[in-house]
Design a protein around this ligand. Structure first.
Ligand code: HEC
Length: 241
């Protein structure tokens, strides 16, 4: 009831006043006309939006994404959308429609290389079975309608969404195939270091790549990266069969 909710009452009264004031030229109001005007919801024409405009509309205006919701890393949905330096530069590059220039790429490579932390015991391959589970799992940092609950399991690396990995399963095609990775490349210390670095922060080599910064952004632990690497390099792993 209105009298139990003084603020709603005051707002309704204010709207009534505005409405009535706007209509004085048409004569006295009938009571049913005097209800507060409901703002007509804007009806966006999705077909006229660019993909970018549509994405921004859905995230920021439609109310379908709760910007205040807590995330697994202890921030909010809104913080997830706040770009860091690399993301800002890469957005500009993408907007320009041109390839990244050498100087900018070099700067991003350098900034990204500086974020990489190495395991204390050196880069030693972990357990390929665990690595397989990590590579094939997209669980971990999803928010919105279902927020992944880390008490139900460790986050995965989502690699399968972009890469074909083992010949026994079907993966994505956004990134190059990793099938036979260890067999083709061998496992020299240089190759292990390169692969660790690519997984930790791929912008160290591929400026403005789509591949996530799994180590630098805390999506995977160092041990998880070593497990995924075992999946790529171990001769026993299905990747190399
Ligand atoms: C969103 C897509 C995406 C995801 C997820 C992704 N990658 Fe990638 N990855 C790429 C792309 C694209 C490249 C190629 C680099 C470039 O030019 O951007 C790449 C390159 C690589 C390379 C270097 C390949 C080479 O030829 O030297 C490795 C290794 C790799 N990814 C491993 C992984 C692993 C392991 C995971 C999971 C932890 C992963 N990627 C997750 C997109 C992805």
């Amino acid at each position: 009831m209105l009298h139990k909710d003084p603020i709603a009452h005051a707002v309704a009264a204010a709207l009534l006043t505005l409405f009535a004031a706007g209509c004085t030229a048409t004569g006295p109001q009938k009571p049913e006309d005097a209800k507060p005007a409901q703002a007509a919801p804007a009806k966006p024409d999705y077909t006229k939006m660019t993909p970018r405009e549509l994405a921004e509309y859905l995230v920021f205006q439609s109310g379908s994404y709760d910007l205040a919701q807590p995330t697994q890393e202890g921030t909010t949905g809104r913080d997830r959308l706040t770009q860091d330096e690399v993301q800002k530069v890469c957005t500009e590059v993408a907007r320009s429609g041109k390839d990244i220039d050498d100087k900018t790429a070099e700067r991003i490579n350098k900034l990204s290389m500086a974020t990489i932390k190495y395991p204390e015991g050196g880069i030693k391959l972990g357990d390929w079975r665990k690595g397989r589970d990590i590579a094939w799992s997209g669980f971990g940092f999803r928010t919105a309608h279902n927020v992944d609950d880390h008490s139900r399991g460790a986050p995965g690396g989502n690699c399968y969404n972009c890469h074909q990995i083992g010949p026994d399963r079907t993966g994505g095609t956004i990134g190059p195939s990793l099938t036979g990775y260890g067999k083709i490349r061998g496992s020299s210390p240089e190759m292990l270091k390169y692969t660790y670095e690519v997984i930790y922060n791929p912008h160290a080599y591929f400026a403005c790549t789509q591949m996530p910064r799994s180590g630098a952004k805390g999506l995977l632990t160092q041990q998880q990266i070593l497990d995924v690497m075992a999946y790529l390099f171990d001769p026993e792993s299905p990747v190399n069969k």
